[in-house]
Design a protein around this ligand. Structure first.
Ligand SMILES: [Fe+2]
Length: 280
């Protein structure tokens, strides 16, 4: 059964989460009153300037093209303006949320080509690390790659299929797929150096360069079922990064796989250890 906004607001308050969930609509969205302080704008520019020095070298070109097309770096983005540009490119829009939202509504937004973005930004003292995802992670990390048509299609399909797989007992498995693609995905097109596109990497000052060019980074060829079976840890550098040959390969693998059969085969098995997977 889906959790109500009121119950979720209470749980978040008890956990000390920062967003104001008391003003959520039924789909967990809120407004983005564009009333950021000078300090907020400075933090945004500092984060973007610092991170763009890395992404120019280490991010896939479709991510960089997305940043340029959406105009994200000069000031805190206006959700409505970015939505208009993104919609013209791949049909996606941005909706503001107070922070993490429950899985069900999150999937429903993705299935409708709406990406939920947190409407508050970390403070100056949190430039390097923040526990909850904030606007920088959500916007700078996730949104630019939604201009890439095949990845945009994958994310919509993910939203359409994820709840059904949760209901089959595949919650961990489908979450791992998101983790190793949308958050920590790499791409190595034929004849090209490996580049990054996942949001966890794009918004990390330290892990992005480790993941792409670190001597100890474990690059593993993408295989849908292997990804869905591989465990992960949230507060350490990843011990495996899956490398896609192309975004359309991801879309096609997800579109054609018998996901229910994969879940049935593996849901009761222990997760694979990422460190045990072989380098590409
Ligand atoms: Fe994320």
């Amino acid at each position: 059964m889906q959790i109500s906004v009121r119950d979720y607001a209470r749980e978040c308050a008890e956990q000390g989460l920062r967003g104001d969930y008391s003003v959520c609509r039924a789909d967990f969205t809120v407004d983005q009153p564009y009333a950021y302080s000078d300090e907020d704008q400075t933090v945004w520019r500092t984060l973007c300037d610092r991170q763009m020095k890395l992404t120019r070298r280490l991010a896939h070109r479709s991510y960089l093209d997305g940043v340029a097309a959406l105009g994200l770096t000069g000031r805190i983005p206006d959700f409505a303006e970015v939505s208009e540009r993104l919609k013209a490119m791949t049909g996606w829009t941005i909706v503001a949320v107070p922070g993490l939202i429950p899985a069900g509504p999150f999937f429903e937004h993705l299935a409708s080509r709406r990406f939920p973005v947190t409407n508050w930004l970390r403070s100056e003292s949190e430039l390097d690390y923040i526990v909850e995802p904030d606007m920088f992670h959500d916007f700078f990390g996730h949104v630019p790659i939604l201009t890439q048509p095949a990845f945009a299609d994958f994310m919509q399909m993910y939203g359409e299929k994820a709840q059904g797989l949760f209901d089959l007992g595949g919650g961990d498995m489908i979450t791992r797929l998101y983790w190793y693609t949308a958050e920590y995905g790499l791409i190595g097109e034929p004849g090209q150096p490996v580049k990054a596109f996942g949001a966890g990497l794009m918004s990390s000052f330290t892990e992005l360069s480790f993941a792409v060019e670190g001597a100890g980074a474990n690059h593993v060829p993408f295989d849908l079922e292997t990804v869905m079976r591989t465990g992960y840890e949230i507060d350490k550098f990843q011990r495996a990064y899956f490398v896609l040959p192309s975004f359309s390969a991801l879309r096609s693998a997800f579109e054609t796989a018998d996901l229910a059969a994969i879940v049935a085969r593996a849901r009761d098995l222990p997760p694979l250890d990422p460190a045990s997977l072989k380098d590409a």
